[in-house]
Ligand binder design. Sequence first.
Ligand SMILES: [Zn+2]
Length: 112
Amino acid sequence: MLKIDWYGNIGYCFPDPGKVKSVVCGVCNIEMGVKRNVLGPTCWAMAMAGRKRRHDSFRCPNYGEDWHFKIEKLKRNVYTAECNHLNAVDLEKLKRSTAREIRKILKDNLTR
Ligand SMILES: [Zn+2]
């Protein structure tokens, strides 16, 4: 059964060039595509400031799909609940039901 990484990436990441060989998508669990040694902003604030840095640009091929966003939102919901100190029993319940939902979405969209 798919293990869900509640704190994983959400479909992209930008490590320093050459630091990371491969990254698995934290949302759908497949290996991400990569463009090496790209020069550009790696976050919104950098983009706003017109700043750039060299990085490897990993992006999940499914990023941008509706179902991918849906899973991202479900996971963020759990993360937010945890940050708001939801009690452990309810948090466990929320995680379990969310995991079930995520697995269903993945099954519907990743099986070919
Ligand atoms: Zn993905």
